[in-house]
Design a binder for this molecule. Structure first.
Ligand code: CTP
Length: 384
């Protein structure tokens, strides 16, 4: 997920920044806390290191490295002035000058300081430069004064941060629907017909699409791994549920990636209770399920990118994947050779061949996160 520089300056609201830090970490972000000397009079760097789960002996120049967002909360009148004028006299103000990317500032100060012409001008300068401000809110200050100057609530600040993060990246504004995992088709109340898909590849795709700014919905079929933060998860344990949810959302999605192993067949009849064991043979009749990707292909809207996965074996499998690209009217097929033990099912790595109308490209064996990135590069290219 995103890397957030969390600048904390010296005001009584600094204690609330602990909660901001916690919420960002819970949202799956990497947080680099940057406390000014003034902030350390209110809170300790140690608290933030613990909340941000920073490893001991962090790089001292971490504040100068790449980050997706600089969030300054609380931002005192003094720090606001420094940011407006480009001063760099501590880690936070240095980071602000070195940072290339969105900046979000949550001012917190006495109402008379906030309404002072100097502060107003500084805030205006920052806004003109594209810096986003959240708050300050109206209410009672720590000193018991009423007016506008209180820092916004941590939840509101984190929401504003999430919005800024979502608004950036090459897939910003795009809706991406991804299915992942393997469906289970009930035979009776406790047994099912299933497959070995863990959902790792689809989950890696969801995380990467989110990181690139997309609004991501993940249709999860019995995932063995956690759904990434910031991604809407809809549980679709069986082919029928996956079909229903995918068709309901497919048309309004800019990109649909069918990474799930959807059962091609399901028991024609599932017993409502558990079938007790007896000596007799048990014949289960299987009926075909709907091909979700083919349905989406038939109903496709212009500009949409549809991606299918083909888990198959060898050269013949590759040829079949090429045929599926056409028959299912998809834009991209990701072929992976499940005949190999070292990639694919239940492994952390994968090696795939990307097949589209424009040609074919093999992505060498790599962790599924890197494969996800290569697939989304191709999706971006297809989106044009
Ligand atoms: N798929 C689907 N609905 C199904 C079955 C598959 O949407 N009922 C999608 C899968 O998510 C995947 C692609 O179609 O993106 C795989 O196509 P499929 O024809 O099922 O290929 P395989 O299962 O790989 O191979 P086979 O045809 O041999 O079963």
């Amino acid at each position: 997920m995103a890397r957030v520089l969390l600048g904390v300056s010296g005001g009584i609201a600094a204690y609330k920044a602990c909660e901001i830090c916690r919420l960002l970490v819970r949202g799956g972000h990497e947080v680099v806390p940057l406390l000014t000397p003034g902030a350390e009079r209110f809170v300790t760097a140690e608290t933030f290191r613990a909340l941000a789960r920073r490893p001991p002996g962090d790089d001292v120049y971490l504040h100068l490295t790449r980050a997706d967002l600089l969030l300054v909360a609380p931002c005192t009148a003094n720090t606001l002035a420094k940011l407006a004028h480009g001063l760099a006299d501590n880690v936070l103000t240095e980071a602000a000058l070195a940072h290339r990317g969105p900046i979000l500032v949550a001012p917190a100060m006495n109402p008379r300081m906030w309404s002072h012409a100097a502060t107003r001008a500084n805030a205006e300068t920052l806004r003109d430069r594209g810096v986003a401000l959240v708050g300050p809110d109206e209410g009672e200050t720590a000193e018991g004064e009423l007016g506008v100057g209180r820092m916004s609530e941590p939840e509101d600040i984190v929401r504003a941060a999430e919005e800024l993060l979502a608004g950036t990246g090459p897939l910003a504004g795009k809706r991406v629907l991804i299915s992942a995992g393997g469906t289970r088709e009930p035979i009776d109340a406790v047994r099912f017909v299933g497959n070995r898909s863990s959902g790792r590849m689809g989950v890696a795709l969801a995380a990467e699409a989110r990181r690139r700014g997309a609004r991501v919905t993940l249709l999860g079929a019995n995932l063995a791994v956690a759904s990434p933060p910031g991604v809407e998860l809809v549980e679709t344990p069986s082919a029928a549920e996956l079909e229903r949810e995918a068709l309901a959302r497919g048309l309004e999605s800019d990109v649909v990636i069918m990474a799930a192993a959807v059962a091609d067949y399901r028991p024609a009849e599932a017993l409502a209770t558990k079938r007790p064991k007896d000596r007799a043979a048990w014949t289960v009749e299987l009926e075909a399920t709907t091909d979700v990707l083919a349905e989406l292909g038939n109903a496709r809207v212009p500009g949409q990118v549809l991606v299918g996965f083909a888990a198959d074996q060898g050269q013949r499998g590759l040829e079949r994947a090429r045929e599926k690209l056409t028959s299912k009217r998809a834009d991209l097929f990701v072929f992976n050779d499940v005949g190999r033990e070292d990639i694919g099912f239940e492994t952390l790595d994968n090696e795939v061949t990307l097949i589209s109308g424009g040609g074919e490209r093999t992505v060498a064996k790599a962790p599924k996160e890197e494969i996800a990135s290569a697939i989304l590069d191709e999706v971006e290219r297809l989106l044009g």
